[in-house]
Design a protein around this ligand. Structure first.
Ligand code: C2E
Ligand code: CA
Ligand code: CA
Ligand code: CA
Length: 273
């Protein structure tokens, strides 16, 4: 009936409106909080699977807003990318991470840190130059930092992206290809970018036990890394069984809730100190 239809329509437009309002308030709050440098970060330890020692950690951004509460990066990072807020956000986060690291010089004697960079950052002509300036102003060694970039961003064959990656590399930064296996990739690109690490996407790792296809893909990614002398990193390890499989296939590094959850920088210092 018509009433039934219009009833549905009302619910539909309401949810659209709410969704739109929600997005708008997210953008407004994110703009303010980036300006006030209110975002912070957690660190998830990365483990050498052979002896379970902690070799470093992945920096993961966290945002708690006074009105919206805790918002997941999976929700606000894409929004920051769509609105251009990502540039200031990356800049602010790197500044915080470098500052924190420079206050704990002993940490980087044994550990290295991985940071996530957006594809859009790499499309900025002066990105590498600015990051190098930042790290030099904190008197840190770039060798202790790995830059994680998603597959799709580096394999778009863009000169600006490649020049940025090359300059960062020459300065000492390591390069990790994040979410490997999800997008399109070629061995040629892995070689020409001098990739240091492949991060096998957690989608494959999580499905290892009950999906033969994920097993085949994982094994192949680990073998490919080995052939190219690239370190393989598996993320999303949630059980001992999965860890044992990866170890058997000679995957070198792992992270996941079974090992350690992302934690505050203070807890991380306690753990590795
Ligand atoms: P990612 O780079 O693939 O990071 C891994 C995500 O998996 C993190 O979620 C981490 O908390 C989660 N994780 C780790 N181990 C496990 C596990 O065993 N099981 C499950 N289910 N999840 C696990 P998080 O922190 O919510 O970040 C989500 C995504 O947001 C990241 O995916 C990354 O793409 C993006 N992101 C996070 N921090 C930053 C940042 O500082 N800059 C940029 N550009 N993106 C970031
Ligand atoms: Ca990552
Ligand atoms: Ca990933
Ligand atoms: Ca991901």
């Amino acid at each position: 009936s018509v009433t039934h239809l219009s009833g549905n329509w009302a619910t539909f437009t309401d949810s659209l409106k709410n969704n739109h309002a929600h997005q708008l308030s997210l953008i407004t709050q994110l703009t303010d909080d980036i300006q006030l440098e209110k975002l912070h970060f957690h660190i998830q330890p990365q483990v050498n699977l052979a002896d379970r020692s902690i070799i470093g950690g992945e920096v993961l951004i966290r945002w708690h807003n006074q009105y919206l509460g805790q918002v997941s990066p999976a929700e606000f990072i894409p929004l920051a990318e769509q609105t251009g807020l990502i540039y200031k956000l990356t800049d602010m986060l790197l500044e915080k991470v470098f500052h924190w690291a420079s206050e704990h010089p002993r940490l980087l004697e044994t550990q290295r840190l991985s940071v996530n960079i957006s594809a859009l950052d790499l499309l900025q002509e002066d990105f590498a130059k600015r990051v190098i300036k930042q790290i030099q102003s904190h008197q840190l060694s770039a060798k202790k930092f790995t830059i994680e970039i998603t597959e799709t961003s580096v394999f778009q064959n863009n000169d600006i992206v490649h020049n940025n990656v090359k300059l960062l590399h020459r300065t000492g930064f390591k390069l990790a290809i994040d979410d490997f296996g999800v997008g399109y990739s070629s061995m040629q690109n892995l070689v020409s970018l001098e990739t240091d690490e492949l991060k096998i996407d957690q989608f494959f790792v999580m499905n290892l036990l009950n999906d033969p296809q994920s097993q085949t893909l994982c094994r192949n990614m680990i073998d490919l890394s080995k052939a190219l002398t690239i370190i393989s990193v598996a993320e999303g390890i949630e059980s001992e069984e999965v860890l044992q499989l990866l170890l058997q296939w000679q995957c070198q590094v792992g992270q996941g809730y079974h090992l350690y959850r992302p934690m505050t920088p203070t807890d991380y210092l306690t753990l590795v100190g």
